[in-house]
Design a protein around this ligand. Structure first.
Ligand code: V47
Ligand code: SF4
Length: 379
């Protein structure tokens, strides 16, 4: 059993030999005061892992106690053919090479959904490449048919990258398009497509797809319609620490307005089989520092998710002591985005028992949740 001397944390840290300006940031965090852009950058540039971990763990405990959340989910990737050519993407194939990829029909996707009929999954996560054929009518038919077959399965689907393309083609405003998707059965949005919000870096690695303003606008409209979503950040490539804080700052500002984000999910750039293979991956220490700083900076986000399929289950487990409180889900080997990019998890699949064990092994309380963080079962 690992004891959390969480109540002694502020005094221990403030009495330590860390530089005064770092202790001033810590004092703000303990006082529940928001840290500034510059203080966020200072943490990235100067604070060591132990300092960040102590602070992030404190914030995490204030928000979520000892709980670590997970769900029962699976993915559907309707296609890996894509009109875009993001240079970090190992997964997509251009339309002219469509013979190297897959493009599922509505019926083929329904067959995948039906495979889970006798399993207690609560969520299907649907996202993939962008192709003309998978348009508004395709997704409306798909969502309607999923709901007809299994009304209680939560559909977490599509990112602003897909919405922007689909709605433009259908000559619809974001409001009109999102309303049609919601009426068809869409329940929430995953966090993908955010990459990094800085325009120069975004243009370099993800040029041509929806802009930062468009990504934020679609989430804002979705929230203002009374719905929830997640947010991601692709880090550890050619961005600077300032770009990471700028990204989180934009999310923090939108969250102040809408309170519609459930979780923030840092996604570590993986460099296998893509155009950025020459860019080295960051270290596990940098991963943990990044989780911790996101926990400290995003004071209005309830959850920080360590997506184990991307980071690997060992680092995900370690991150639970550096600010994260959510591990995503069972996944059931249904996503290829990360295995194709070189993740440790080539066939991501964990049973409930394995997730519970992984969480209990570090002295935390496993809590099975649904997509909106309603508790299903505490272990
Ligand atoms: O936007 C693609 C990322 C994202 C690579 O909301 C890569 O619960 C690292 O957003 N290295 C899609 N990352 C996945 C996503 C997601 C995943 C899990 C949970 C949730 C959620 C959302 O995957 C893309 C992109 O940022 N990605 N290629 C790569 N080589
Ligand atoms: Fe297409 Fe998404 Fe890959 Fe970019 S990251 S090429 S939008 S599948």
């Amino acid at each position: 059993m690992i004891l959390s001397p969480i109540n002694q944390t502020p005094q221990l840290l403030l009495n330590s030999n860390y530089p005064t300006h770092l202790k001033a940031i810590a004092q703000k965090v303990f006082n529940k005061q928001r840290i500034t852009f510059n203080e966020g950058v200072t943490l990235y540039k100067e604070a060591e892992l132990a300092f960040l971990g102590t602070l992030a763990n404190y914030v995490r405990f204030q928000k979520n106690g000892n709980n670590v959340y997970f769900n029962h989910n699976f993915h559907v990737e309707p296609t890996n053919i894509c009109v875009y050519t993001c240079s970090f993407c190992s997964y997509s194939r251009l339309i002219k090479h469509r013979e190297q990829g897959w493009e599922l029909s509505v019926e083929q996707i329904l067959d995948i959904i039906k495979k889970y009929d006798d399993q207690a999954v609560t969520e299907v996560h649907i996202t993939g490449g962008v192709v003309p054929k998978q348009d508004l009518a395709f997704y409306i038919e798909l969502f309607q048919k999923i709901k007809l077959h299994r009304p209680n399965l939560h559909i977490k689907a599509l990112t602003p990258v897909e919405f922007h393309y689909i709605f433009k083609k259908a000559k619809l405003s974001y409001e009109e398009g999102l309303k049609l998707m919601k009426d068809a059965g869409l329940d929430s949005l995953p966090g993908g497509g955010a990459e990094i919000f800085d325009k120069e870096i975004r243009d370099k690695i993800a040029g041509g797809k929806c802009s930062t303003e468009e990504w934020l606008s679609i989430h804002q409209i979705w929230h203002q319609m009374g719905n929830f979503s997640n947010a991601t950040m692709l880090y550890g490539h050619i961005e600077s620490f300032e770009h990471r804080i700028d990204h989180m700052d934009k999310l923090r500002n939108l969250q102040d307005l809408t309170n519609g984000f459930n979780a923030f999910i840092p996604l570590k750039f993986r460099n296998k089989e893509n155009e950025m293979a020459h860019v080295p991956e960051v270290s596990v220490i940098e991963d943990l520092r990044n989780y911790a700083i996101s926990r400290i900076y995003l004071d209005n986000f309830n959850h920080i998710k360590a997506y184990w399929a991307m980071i690997g289950r060992d680092t995900a487990q370690l991150s639970l002591n550096f600010g994260t409180d959510d591990l995503d889900g069972t996944i059931d080997d249904t996503t290829k985005i990360y295995s194709m990019a070189g993740s440790e998890e080539q066939h991501p699949k964990l049973s409930t028992e394995q997730l519970v064990q992984l969480i209990k092994a570090v002295g935390k309380t496993p809590v099975q949740r649904d997509t909106l963080y309603n508790v299903v079962k505490t272990y």
